[in-house]
Design a protein around this ligand. Structure first.
Ligand code: NDP
Length: 259
């Protein structure tokens, strides 16, 4: 079916209950995939399934990507009902900003475990299924913070740079197999993460929300926040059968912030 190029493929989107992940789930469903969304908040996941089920076959699996045992159990549950995972979108992530002097080991570990080790472990669970089935797509949701340094974001930048390193190395290792591995790198995107960032800037600096927002979008030549659906479009395109020559790439979805 030309309008459902991912029909029969099982896609698992971590952090698919809200924000960019929910938009990606929507996009993959519209391309015909069966979609598992995962996250920690079972109530939110259930709500998302109710909304998304109008578009296709979707299920929720509770899975904390910072816990290895939960990932193993989550993939087994997801594959048990929808079959082997053919598309993995490592989207779950947390962002915390702090000056380097106040970036302690707990914050560092928290961000690394969720944004980097979680993606590694999910890929460990999914890639063998892709190789066995003879087709697969891994898309990691990194950030422009994975391509350049941002002040007050050492842990987040290090985790996202690490995620891009993982993307490139795994893509090269799998290059002769029918499995591609890519990253998308959003600029500031209109989700809860940005809402929290704006709240923090206002609380810590006393500046207005409009000023804080203008600062956030300043590096984006389009002077605006990216929309989750725009990130999802790029992810959907990377998952298409015709995108098989694209691997190891880190594609900025950022209005020209990175060139
Ligand atoms: P949100 O805060 O809106 O959503 C984050 C998602 O990640 C939620 O679904 C959450 O689910 C999930 N999540 C967080 N921690 C865990 C965990 N330990 N285990 C499982 N799921 C978890 O963020 P966005 O949609 O904005 O972000 C999605 C991705 O995009 C992140 O990787 C982020 O770094 C990246 N990104 C975002 C940008 C932005 O400006 N918004 C810019 C660049 C990159 P739950 O709460 O149910 O666990």
């Amino acid at each position: 079916m030309a309008d459902k190029p991912l029909a029969g493929r099982h896609a698992l989107v971590t952090g698919g209950g809200r924000g960019i992940g929910a938009a990606i789930a929507r996009q993959l469903l519209s391309l015909g995939a069966d979609v598992t969304i995962t996250g920690r908040d079972a109530g939110r996941l259930a709500g998302a399934v109710t909304t998304l089920s109008a578009l296709g076959r979707v299920q929720a699996v509770s899975m904390d990507v910072s816990a290895a045992a939960a990932i193993e159990a989550g993939f087994a549950q997801a594959a048990g009902s929808f079959g082997p995972v053919a598309i993995l979108v490592n989207n779950a992530g947390i962002a915390q900003a702090a000056p380097f002097a106040r970036t302690d080991l707990a914050m560092w570990d928290d961000i690394m475990r969720t944004d980097l080790t979680g993606a590694f472990l999910c890929a460990k669970a999914a890639v063998p299924m892709m190789l066995a089935a003879g087709w697969g797509r891994v898309v990691n949701v990194a950030s422009t913070a994975g391509l350049t340094g941002l002040a007050y974001c050492t842990a987040y930048c290090a985790a996202k740079h690490g995620l891009i390193g993982l993307t490139r190395a795994l893509a090269k290792e799998l290059a002769t197999k029918p499995v591609t591995v890519n990253a998308v790198c959003p600029g500031y995107t209109e989700t809860d993460i940005v809402e929290t960032t704006l709240d923090n800037i206002v609380a810590k600096t006393g500046r207005t929300r409009e000023d804080a927002l203008a600062d956030l979008v300043a590096p984006n030549p389009q002077k605006r926040l990216i929309q989750p659906a725009e990130v999802a479009e790029a992810v959907g395109w990377l998952c298409l059968p015709g995108s098989s020559a694209i691997t190891g790439q880190s594609i900025a979805v950022a209005g020209g912030e990175i060139m």
